[in-house]
Design a protein around this ligand. Structure first.
Ligand code: SD4
Length: 343
């Protein structure tokens, strides 16, 4: 190992080593930072599950149950998000989700494990558990993402059952919306739905298992009354979800277009890699969105949720009202994230 590399490695083990390393790198030392390996210890018995929104509490419980069997984090998050996917009362995920402008329920989902393996489906119709199809894309194909009819075809070939996802309630609301809305693309249409701009949903879930390994899942029916074919951030690795087992994981909810533009979840993880705490990393990502278009940001909701390798978690949103659920050995609670507009 070169002297410089040796120095970098040693300095990282001391307080302030991170700063010293970054400044050396900034001066063009030309060394790839070995930060994660030395700055984050793998802790055992730090099992934790976090997920977006208050309905995440029930989902967390299902994930927690799986974790307690000694399963991997990726198994836990898949089991967890299947709960809202199957719930017809939840109109933002899976069965019962709000349709697109043409009355079609199209689902977006992705999953990522501790080995950077990932799978996703986008714009998939007729299959309730989009997350499990995403998992099979990850495990059974050489690809990362399948879309639309291709995703459906793959799901059917792998034993999933086709069913009607549009419930009477969501159909009635969509028809009502058609009566009063112009049939043209509208951003952030949920602002006009009950709860206004504070009422976004989608489940993003992150977990750490007993071995200290991480996994994440994100699943949604996407923005209500979107153009047919529109894909949000939720199934896009790096945007709606990212897991780096050396550093931590992040997920998002809100207006997906804004998240995609900054590759939000990957950004949050990279900020944690630089040493930021989860909440601070989420705040920086939110601020980046707001800086681009401050006026628009005031009317838009985006929230990030992050979990680091120490089992520490945090969240931050543009607007008030972004809640998240946390399950550990000692807690099972809902937290309100801080926000840029509203404290
Ligand atoms: C999307 N991010 O499709 C999702 C929707 C969402 O709160 O999270 N709404 O853009």
């Amino acid at each position: 190992m070169s002297d410089r590399r040796q120095f970098l490695k040693q300095s990282l083990l001391t307080t302030g080593g991170l700063a010293a390393a970054s400044s050396l790198l900034a001066k063009g030392a030309g060394v790839q930072p070995a930060v994660p390996e030395v700055a984050y210890k793998q802790l055992r018995n730090q099992q934790v599950v976090v997920s977006t929104w208050d309905f995440g509490q029930e989902a967390n419980e299902a994930a927690w149950h799986v974790l307690q069997q000694g399963a991997r984090a990726v198994d836990a998050v898949e089991a967890g998000v299947r709960v809202p996917e199957a719930d017809p009362e939840n109109q933002t995920v899976g069965y019962g989700g709000r349709p697109d402008r043409d009355g079609r329920v199209t689902l977006d989902a992705c999953i990522m494990d501790e080995h950077y393996r990932c799978g996703a489906v986008a714009g998939m119709e007729h299959i309730m558990h989009a997350i499990s199809v995403a998992r099979q894309v990850m495990e059974k194909t050489p690809h990362v993402m399948l879309v639309g009819d291709g995703a459906l075809q793959f799901a059917l070939a792998n034993g999933f059952t086709k069913q009607r996802l549009l419930t009477a309630k969501s159909e009635a609301e969509w028809k009502e919306w058609l009566n009063t809305s112009e049939y043209k693309p509208q951003r952030n249409v949920e602002n006009m739905l009950p709860g206004g701009k504070y009422n976004h949903d989608t489940i993003g879930m992150l977990a750490m298992d007993a071995k200290g390994n991480m996994g994440g899942a994100c699943t949604t029916s996407g923005m209500a009354y979107k153009l047919h074919g529109r894909v949000g951030d939720s199934p896009i690795i790096g945007a709606g979800l990212y897991v780096d087992n050396e550093v931590g994981a992040a997920t998002s909810s809100g207006v997906g277009e804004e998240v995609i533009r900054i590759v939000g979840s990957h950004l949050v993880v990279e900020l944690m890699r630089m040493g930021l705490q989860p909440e601070e990393a989420c705040r920086k990502a939110v601020e980046r969105i707001a800086r681009r278009n401050p006026e628009f940001a005031k009317e838009t909701q985006v929230g990030f949720l992050a979990l680091n390798k120490h089992g520490e978690y945090g969240a931050f949103a543009l607007q008030q009202g972004f809640s998240f659920a946390v399950r550990t050995h000692t807690t099972n609670e809902i937290h309100q994230a801080k926000s840029l507009f509203g404290g």
